[in-house]
Design a protein around this ligand. Structure first.
Ligand code: ADP
Ligand code: FBP
Length: 303
């Protein structure tokens, strides 16, 4: 079974404004409300690819209900821990440029946290747990480390898509996959990248430090995959950018799906790139058909 863990889900409120002017009254051209949060996005794409998963995390209030209803309608299995506070709303403002305002997240009680941890007891050998995204402020900084230990005790595998120290600490536990984007990778090692080759030593480092596979996404420039033996590069498939929110999560979902289907990292990479780009070319996350259309155009170069 694949479990996705979204500790800090969100409603993604996507607001299109023509010619946004700061400090003035602006009118929206179009608004879209979507269930968000990285693990939830992974579950939604897996579902479209026909790979079942169980979505875990915290949900509360009217915002939590919106997300739960949406996922139920899509036929996604969920066991969210109910919380008293409201799930956050993240604003994605699309105008001349893209601006994001992400909420900090709700308050969690110690009972709610304990209840959530008990969910991980159902993990068994060979299951994959996908830990994705930020944590609400009431969780301790070592929370992911604690959850990873729980999964390892059960002999499960884990994927982690988060940033900074939580990601660095997780590497020694041998994640099946990590997926920083190039900005996050540069921040982690306090460096700057000015060419594709600049990224190579740091991608390799993720593998040397323990990752079984490391995807480094490059937005509209494509992506790199580092394995113990190879470096693969895929330029981004061509299309019209509509909304890149969730592109990274779609890539993670595509990779996991591809790996389950074929057990070939290169093939998993192809699925990952197809899902990421297909989502970037869609208002919501990519549909199955959009993914298939892009899949046929992905070209991979092996270094
Ligand atoms: N403008 C774009 N055109 C084509 N593909 C894109 C575009 N933006 C993102 N993608 C695809 O989605 C993947 C993940 O996007 P990225 O923005 O790097 O992730 P994140 O959302 O985690 O920052 C990229 O590696 C690429 O394959
Ligand atoms: O948990 P975080 O890091 O605050 O990110 C949450 C945001 O990330 C998203 O999951 C999108 O992530 P990506 O664009 O990286 O795929 C949004 O749905 C959500 O608003």
């Amino acid at each position: 079974m694949i479990y996705t863990v979204t500790l800090n889900p969100s409603i993604d409120y996507i607001v299109h404004v023509d010619d946004f002017k700061e400090g003035q009254l602006n009118k929206t051209k179009q608004t879209i409300k979507l269930p968000g949060g990285k693990g939830i996005n992974v579950s939604r794409i897996l579902n479209r690819l026909g790979t079942p998963s169980l979505a875990l995390g915290f949900l509360g209030g009217f915002t939590g209900e919106f997300i739960q209803d949406w996922l139920t309608k899509e036929g996604i299995q969920t066991t969210f821990t109910q919380i008293a506070d409201d799930t956050r709303i993240n604003i994605k403002l699309k105008s001349q440029t893209e601006t994001e305002i992400n909420g900090n997240g709700p308050k969690l009680t110690s009972e709610e946290i304990q209840q959530f941890k008990e969910q991980l007891n159902q993990v068994t050998k060979g299951d994959i747990v996908v830990f994705s995204g930020s944590m609400p402020p009431s969780l301790p900084s070592h929370f992911y480390a604690e959850l990873i230990q729980l999964v390892k005790e059960k002999q499960g595998e884990f994927v982690i898509d988060t940033t900074g120290d939580s990601l660095l600490q997780a590497l020694k536990e041998k994640p099946l996959l990590v997926k920083p984007n190039h900005h996050e990778l540069a921040d982690m090692f306090q460096v700057t990248f000015s060419s594709l080759e600049d990224i190579f030593p740091y991608g390799k480092k993720l593998v040397e430090m323990g990752a079984q596979q490391a995807l480094v996404s490059l937005g509209g420039e494509g992506a790199l995959l580092f394995t113990a033996t190879h470096i693969y590069y895929a330029s981004a498939p061509k299309g019209i950018l509509k909304n890149s929110v969730g592109a990274g999560d779609s890539m993670v979902a595509g990779f996991i799906h591809g790996l389950q289907q074929t057990n070939q990292p290169e093939e998993a990479f192809r699925y990952g790139v197809a899902c990421g780009s297909a989502t970037a070319f869609s208002d919501d996350l990519a549909t199955y058909q959009a993914i298939q259309d892009v899949y046929d155009t992905v070209a991979i170069h092996c270094y």
